[in-house]
Design a protein around this ligand. Structure first.
Ligand SMILES: CC(C)(COP(=O)(O)OP(=O)(O)OC[C@H]1O[C@@H](n2cnc3c(N)ncnc32)[C@H](O)[C@@H]1OP(=O)(O)O)[C@@H](O)C(=O)NCCC(=O)NCCS
Length: 178
């Protein structure tokens, strides 16, 4: 399920954000607790902006356990475009949760936000993310060379996108974000 972050999520969010495996392909992390607290504060502040611009949600199991986060928001200046992102704690990888959450976020972007194009990008070695993105119906549009650098090493990223009409034509459901 997807839901707004609350202040008491700090410990669970930090368990993921401080993890060197979980963050190996990200442009941030591993976080200090101060960085994670600041992230949570930014998420909560973004939730109070009217009209709302970006969405970062907690990904939780039915039991309420927080296993990661994901969201969609503008990146760049073009209207009706959204960038998809997500991260799960490694203890929950390979169970289909990321794919389920990502599909819900894409459906929300087209259904509730009225977006025209949703895109994502990932480090080319991030095979798990490649699978999740492709399962959302996205098409690989290219490879951006040396887009990010971690520990002094430049990394290429794949860029993917799905357009509004492609998404609906796949028959993907427009489920509500819970
Ligand atoms: C990317 C990430 C969210 C994938 O999570 P996940 O829980 O493994 O994803 P799913 O269980 O939904 O798996 C999706 C598919 O990818 C495959 N997959 C997952 N990890 C893989 C890997 N390292 N190599 C190859 N395939 C992989 C799964 O087998 C599955 O394929 P299938 O449905 O055909 O069986 C997770 O690895 C993660 O949080 N990574 C760190 C953060 C991150 O990289 N975020 C994305 C930034 S762009």
């Amino acid at each position: 399920m997807l839901g707004e972050f609350v202040t008491s999520d700090l410990e669970s969010v930090h368990a993921c954000a401080r993890d060197s495996v979980a963050t190996q392909f990200m442009t941030w992390g591993p976080n200090t607790v101060a960085e994670t607290r600041s992230f949570l504060e930014r998420c909560q502040a973004a939730g109070a902006v009217v009209p709302r611009v970006g969405y970062e949600w907690a990904i939780t199991l039915g039991s309420g356990e927080l296993i990661g986060g994901g969201g969609i928001g503008p990146k760049g200046t073009e209207a009706q475009q959204g960038h998809l992102g997500y991260i799960l704690h490694p203890a929950y990888w390979g169970l289909g949760y990321a794919t389920e959450a990502a599909k819900r976020i894409v459906a929300f972007g087209f259904g509730q936000l009225g977006l025209h194009r949703i895109w994502s990008d990932c480090v080319t070695e991030n095979l798990g993310s490649v699978h999740v993105i492709e399962k959302c119906g996205m098409t690989r549009e290219g490879r951006l060379r040396h887009l990010s650098r971690r520990a002094g090493v430049w990394r290429d990223h794949f860029v993917y996108a799905v357009l509004e009409d492609e998404f609906t034509s796949t028959g993907s459901e427009r489920s509500q974000v819970e």
